[in-house]
Design a protein around this ligand. Structure first.
Ligand code: GLP
Length: 255
């Protein structure tokens, strides 16, 4: 791995596989450290393609008996709104299949915003979600991907630095990118619940994953554009312990 850095977002150029190993090591240390101190490690998790190699690595270690994640507590970044509770396309269902069931994480230790709420209920649920994060002692390490338009979680362009968990409307690019999972853009939910930028920046460590040529432009904008709501991922540069894992394809000309 070759570490380089911008002022506050450390960039680690590596392979997707080595990033998964490094991050799995860091998570294993957090879990072990929590156990020594008699508390659960609190992990912030993301959906999308970017963290899948990490979840694969965590599942492998759990299967081989070298990692026990069963006493961790998790909070996912976001969830679609307008789906039935057990919809297989919900982020909750995807997290079960890609991680929770494979590492023996009991459902009551995992938090994913609900997908089956109407607007009035969603606002209260969002408030409770923030309180649950606080009650768990805050998030030790938040895993993140970056959307093509610079969103983090579902904080679309226009999302401010002080936003908290709330209902949002999805941007056109986000709907397009999700189309294949919903049988076309017309089937994609238009609204979602997401942790806010402020919620995300309160996590003690941020670990961001971006691989492949499709991420090149947004990685460049995240690192180079002015910090602000036009590219919400730029706010990651304001965090004191944020690391971006990229491969050579995602870093492009900056290598
Ligand atoms: C999705 C999720 C984000 C995710 C991002 C990138 O819509 N809401 O949490 O990080 O978009 O997804 P991917 O990793 O598939 O590129």
């Amino acid at each position: 791995m070759t570490p380089t850095s911008t002022p506050t977002l450390e960039v680690v150029t590596t392979t997707e596989r080595d990033a998964a190993r490094a991050l799995a090591d860091e998570i294993a240390e957090l879990v072990a450290d929590g156990r020594r101190r008699g508390r659960s490690a609190v992990l912030g998790l993301a959906t999308g393609r970017s963290p899948l190699a990490l979840y694969e690595e965590l599942a492998r270690r759990a299967r081989e008996g070298t990692l026990d994640l069963s006493d961790a507590i998790t909070f996912n970044l976001d969830e679609y709104l307008g789906l039935p509770a057990d919809d297989p396309r919900s982020f909750r269902a995807r997290m079960r299949a890609t991680l929770f069931e494979r590492v023996g994480l009991r459902e009551d230790r995992t938090h994913v915003p609900r997908c089956d709420l109407r607007t009035a209920e969603a606002a209260l649920h969002a408030e409770i979600y923030e309180r649950e994060i606080a009650r768990a002692g805050g998030i030790d390490l938040q895993v993140l991907g970056i959307g093509r338009n610079g969103h983090i979680g579902f904080n679309e362009p226009g999302s401010g630095r002080d936003t908290r968990t709330r209902e949002v409307e999805l941007a056109r690019e986000t709907v397009e990118d999700a189309a294949s999972a919903f049988g076309g853009a017309g089937g994609v939910p238009r609204r979602a619940l997401t942790m806010g930028i402020a919620t995300i920046l309160e996590a003690r460590r941020l670990r961001v994953l971006a691989f492949g040529p499709g991420k090149r432009e947004i990685v460049r904008r995240t690192l180079e554009e002015g910090i602000g709501p036009a590219v919400p991922a730029t706010f990651l540069r304001e965090h004191g312990d944020a690391r971006l894992y990229v491969d050579a394809a995602a870093l492009g000309a900056r290598l």
